[in-house]
Structure formats: C-alpha cells, structure tokens
Design a protein around this ligand. Structure first.
Ligand code: SAM
Length: 365
C-alpha cells in the first residue's frame, strides 16, 4: 500500500497524514524512498554550519522556550564581539564552509548595527569564504536588507506552526507574537534575495497529524529554500510544561520528526534540510540518522564553552564541547558511518535557491 502512495507524483494532504501515521515497516519504506530521492537530487554531501548561539537575551515570551523573557531562573549572557569572531575564525580554520549566528530576539538600532558590523568582519576574516546563516527573529525589512548587504547569505525563521490556532496556544496572542507577521517576514526575506528557511516543532501539545501535514504543504506553497525542524522538548520553567503528561512519548516525537524530514525531502527534493540539534538531545546520533534519511546540513555547536549551557531552550540540550578539532574529526566519522560525506570548504548553498535565482535572471533578461 505505502509504495503506491510513495510513487505518486503529487502527495495529497490525506496521503501525507497516512504516512505520518504509518507503522514501523512502512516507515522504513518511507526512509528508503527519501534517501533515494536525496541521493539522486542533491547527493550525499553534508554541509557544516558552525553554530554560534551568541546571546540568550530575548524580548519574546514564547510558552515553550527556556530563554523566554519571563524566565528569571537562569543567567543571561551576551558574547563579546571578539568571542564571536574567534568562534567564526575557528570555523574558517576547520574549513567548515559556513557558520550560523543565532540568539534570542532583540530589535533595536544598536542591535541591527552590531550584527551588521559582525557580518562584515566575519566575511573579511574568511576572505569572503564563509557562508553565513542568521536566525535572529522578526525584524523590519530595512534591517533584513542591511544584514543582507553586510554579508548574510541565509535566514532561518521557524514558523513553529502553520496553524494560527495552534500558534496562539503556544505563544501569547499580542502584537509581539503575531502569526501573520512571522509569515510576512519569510516572504520579505525571500523577496530580498536571502536563501530563506523556516520550520516547525514536532510533537507540540495540541498539535495534530493534520497540522503537521499542513506545515509541510505550507513550506511547499511558500517555496522555501531550506528548513530546520526538530522535536518539541519540554522545559520545566515554561508554561507548556503543564501539558507534559499529554505529550507523545519522546521516542515517538523523534520518529515523527524523522518522518517529517523524509516527507519534506520527497515534497521538495532540492532544498537544504538541517538535522536539528534537538534530535541529538533525544538520541546521541539523532542528527546523523536525520542525515541518512533526507537532511543534508548539520550545525556543530561552536559557542564558547562557558556560555553554551545557558542557551537552554529545552531540557537535556547536548552539552558536548563541539568546538575542537577532535570533535570535527569525530563527527566526520559518525556522518560517514550513516552513509554521508562532509563537504569541507563548501558553503553548501541550497540547490533550490540557485535554480530560483537562475529563473529570475532568465525572466529579467
Ligand atoms: N530568536 C530567533 C527566532 O525567533 O527565530 C532564534 C532563536 S529561537 C530560541 C530558535 C528556535 O528554538 C525556535 O524557532 C524554536 O523552534 C526552537 N525552540 C525553542 N524552544 C524549544 C523547545 N522547547 N523544544 C524544541 N525547540 C525549541
């Protein structure tokens, strides 16, 4: 039965829901199909983005997130510019190809200017070689444009859920947490010329299979270039923790996330898909498994050690020190065991984006 669905040219919402609910045997068939599509379309190269979680200061109050504004029970940090540049230098020396800068959300002229300066400095220190992904939340079009001009290549802004009702169950319903605005930001990023990425959390309280199918169809309809999606993991100091006993067991959230990645690879064969860090919080080699069944990007965490543990989005966030050459070698071997190959020194830009840009130039010529 599942082969019939997997061989269809276009998957309907009902097909996607069926696959999301399928048993272990059919899950293996799904993974075979998604790995095959990945190998045929983008190959088995894996691209590194050295992840620098440079600040856990946040203006937002998302009900699921450990670094939300209202959580006063941990220490806030903000790396110095030199520390960020030192981490970027490490990525450059290790031949990572790209870095990803992420932080809690801040919107101020000073913040815009700081990031602008950092982007220029990172491009300079790597002679323009390091690709840069940023994930700094909702900003004005002008700010996005300034950061693009300063050297950012890609932007990741997870939609968290495409269903507005679910969105407002996991966020306050106020102008600072506005679902439509978040979607508009993704459209703006795409329009400005970023490689634009989004994603959702899988296994949220109140989330249905129908929501997840809609999330995948949303990503296709908005025509994203890349995706980062991971399992929801509860944090005891957040409002959503009260629903912990109603959640799907953590191992099921893990498998469901892998199914979402596999399905997205089938729906959008040429985009970049990240193997989310939260998968590693559930299984030590969770990210490598995701790479095997459809993902092609991994983000070794190169945030300096003394800060890393305070970027505490959820419980059991991995504490392994990944900012060493030994870890780079270790990860490379792990990735090879699961059938992939690290593409050192390559930025690993989204093939989907490249095709999109080529189409735009043909139309304009
Ligand atoms: N401020 C930026 C933004 O709003 O996109 C980036 C930082 S935000 C902490 C990065 C992502 O962490 C969110 O988009 C969310 O999906 C994820 N996250 C937060 N809390 C989580 C949790 N409890 N479980 C899994 N992922 C979580």
């Amino acid at each position: 039965m599942i082969e019939g669905i997997l061989n269809k040219k276009v998957l309907s919402k009902a097909d996607i829901i069926r696959i999301l609910k399928c048993d272990e045997h059919d899950t293996l068939k799904l993974f075979e199909k998604s790995s095959q599509i990945k190998a045929e379309t983008i190959g088995n190269n894996v691209y590194y983005r050295g992840l620098i979680e440079f600040s856990n200061q946040c203006e937002k109050d998302c009900y699921y997130c450990g670094i939300r504004r209202s959580n006063k029970d941990f220490s806030r940090y903000n790396l110095k510019d030199e520390e960020i540049l030192e981490a970027a230098e490490f990525a450059s020396q290790q031949n990572y190809g790209s870095i990803a800068l992420q932080s809690g959300e801040k919107t101020s002229p000073a913040f815009t200017q700081r990031i602008e300066k950092l982007l220029k400095a990172i491009k300079k220190l790597s002679n323009g070689q390091l690709g840069i992904t940023i994930s700094l939340g909702e900003q004005s079009e002008e700010t996005y444009q300034r950061w693009l001009n300063a050297g950012a290549d890609r932007y990741l802004l997870r939609i968290e859920s495409s269903n507005p009702d679910l969105y407002y169950k996991i966020h306050p319903n106020n102008p600072q947490h506005n679902h439509e605005k978040r979607i508009d930001c993704i459209r703006t990023l795409r329009k400005l010329g970023y490689q634009a990425g989004t994603g959702v959390m899988v296994g949220l309280p109140f989330q249905t299979y129908e929501d997840l199918a809609d999330d995948l169809l949303f990503m296709k309809s908005i025509d994203i270039d890349m995706c980062g999606m991971g399992p929801f993991i509860e944090h005891s100091n957040t409002p959503l923790y009260q629903y912990k006993d109603e959640l799907m067991p953590i191992k099921e959230r893990f498998v469901l996330t892998l199914k979402m990645i596999a399905l997205l690879r089938i729906l959008m064969p040429d985009i970049n898909i990240a193997a989310a860090t939260a998968l590693q919080a559930i299984e030590a080699n969770g990210r490598e498994k995701a790479l095997q069944i459809g993902a092609n990007v991994i983000m070794p965490n190169i945030t300096p050690g003394m800060y890393r543990d305070d970027y505490n989005l959820y419980e059991n966030k991995p504490k392994t020190n990944q900012k060493t050459s030994d870890y780079t070698t270790y990860l490379e071997k792990q990735i090879a065991i699961w059938g992939n190959h690290v593409a050192y020194g390559q930025q690993g830009n989204s093939l989907h984006f490249k095709k999109r840009q080529a189409n735009i130039s043909i139309k304009n010529s």
